[in-house]
Write a protein that binds this ligand. Structure first.
Ligand SMILES: Nc1ncnc2c1ncn2[C@@H]1O[C@H](COP(=O)(O)OP(=O)(O)OP(=O)(O)O)[C@@H](O)[C@H]1O
Ligand SMILES: [Mg+2]
Length: 412
């Protein structure tokens, strides 16, 4: 947290494979957050979501935070940071305890979450999140806030997320080397879904698909709770690489061509239009049609969507997401992605941008910033409700704390 004119500020730091972005939010008198600064810098020290070069990552973080500081006219000291990559594991677990004094108390919740946590996690993995989905008191299912309820037997159902200890340490090391502290490390798709998905979608059943540069991160919600998280090691970088190989052009040129002329649906590309493509060697540049380009892009996006579909089927949630798919992340910006998605998934698909927050429109209307905004908001909400990865069990108290805070806001 940082201070500016006595106003509290909060910072989300998304260390992505394509870019590092720092987003500064200011908390107004009503407790709402407004985005007042953003700094973004290309990232070269990550591969598939994980840090592989400390020094380059440090440089990118320094530049991004500096730019955000200049824009927000503040000094950044602490950040909420994301974590992603193929090392992330997630599972659903449950615990059962006897209610001690016939009425569910904080202590009972603490014990029942501990019971759910008691599953073997490999020594090289660190528990990142334990998110309560619901409680069961005696045989009454679907309880979100059990405190005060009468009964003899309390059961918790939770979603647990763990990640490689060294991957988490590398992120913390990079941030600390920039002279900043890490307020919390948050799973990236958990952060983006927090600001992109509506409560109705989560209640009905929905799948968030965050297509980044190095990885595509998935989060499934049903009945208001997170049920499944996964990641697929195919994203925008592969699309760029395919273009470079298929039309024999340098990667940098392929990326520019994708951003300017890319389309993920051949049917939508204009057959009459052609694009000038630089060659890899001294040879003169050539022309290709937009249809040729779309053919390459469509093939990779179709593969990616099919892999997401397979992941959904494997998880058993493919039949439970009537609200469909929400695409976000930079890769979701290519034209035709929504239509191609609807054809592959055979369900509604929409583009997700950061919501629930005011401020700079370049940030709040752009799917590239979903994770950064989500880190800021999710991290802040966890902090004020007394939850953090250091005190995971306090997740269970969230409802009470949020209600207490709102009561204070409304009454004083
Ligand atoms: N308009 C666009 N059309 C097509 N692709 C785009 C567009 N804008 C951005 N991208 C692609 O999105 C990707 C970057 O997305 P994003 O910024 O969400 O990634 P990241 O968060 O840095 O990576 P990751 O989440 O995988 O670590 C790049 O591959 C980029 O080419
Ligand atoms: Mg990302």
């Amino acid at each position: 947290m940082v201070k500016k004119n006595e106003k509290e500020l909060v910072v989300g730091l998304d260390i992505g494979t394509s870019k590092v972005v720092a987003i500064v939010g200011e908390i107004n008198d009503n407790g709402e957050i407004e985005i007042i600064g953003v700094g973004s810098n290309p990232s070269v020290g990550l591969k598939r979501g994980a840090v592989v070069n400390i020094e380059s990552t440090v440089q990118s973080i320094k530049k991004a935070t500096k730019d955000a500081e200049i824009m927000a006219k503040c000094e950044i000291h602490s950040t909420f940071t994301g974590i992603a990559g193929s090392h992330i594991r997630s599972l659903n677990s449950h615990g059962i305890v006897a209610i001690q004094n016939k009425e569910v108390s904080y202590a009972d919740i603490e014990r029942v979450i501990d019971a759910a946590k008691a599953v073997a996690i490999p020594a090289d993995q660190k528990l990142l999140h334990i998110i309560p989905q619901e409680y069961v008191v005696d045989n009454q299912e679907g309880i979100k806030e059990p405190i005060g309820m009468s009964g003899v037997r309390l059961e918790s159902r939770v979603h647990m997320v763990s990640g490689s200890v060294s991957a988490a340490q590398n992120i913390i090391k990079c941030v600390r080397k920039c002279g900043l502290s890490v307020g919390n490390i948050i799973l990236e798709q958990l952060a983006s879904s927090h600001v992109v998905l509506t409560e109705d979608e989560k209640e009905l059943g929905v799948c968030l698909v965050d297509i980044g540069g190095g990885t595509t991160d998935i989060a499934v919600f049903t009945e208001g709770s997170i049920r499944h998280t996964a990641n697929i090691p195919i994203a925008g970088d592969q699309v760029t690489n395919d273009i470079a190989v298929a039309i024999r052009t340098p990667t940098k040129a392929a990326e520019e061509i994708k951003l300017r002329h890319g389309c993920a649906l051949m049917n939508m590309a204009n057959p009459g239009e052609s694009i000038e493509v630089p060659s890899v060697n001294e040879k003169p540049s050539r022309n290709i049609t937009k249809i040729d380009l779309a053919e390459v892009i469509e093939a990779r996006y179709e593969e990616l969507f099919r892999l997401v579909k397979i992941e959904l089927r494997k998880s058993g949630f493919d039949e439970f997401i009537p609200a469909g798919i929400v695409l976000t992340g930079g890769g979701s910006k290519v034209s035709g992605a929504i239509d191609l998605g609807e054809a592959v998934f055979q369900m509604p698909v929409r583009l997700g941008t950061p919501k629930k927050i005011a401020g700079l429109s370049q940030v709040v209307n752009n799917p590239i910033y979903s994770t950064g905004v989500g880190l800021l908001l999710y991290g802040y909400e966890q902090k004020i409700s007394g939850r953090s990865n250091d005190s995971l069990v306090k997740d269970a108290y969230s409802g009470i704390w949020v209600r207490m805070r709102n009561w204070f806001h409304n009454n004083f």
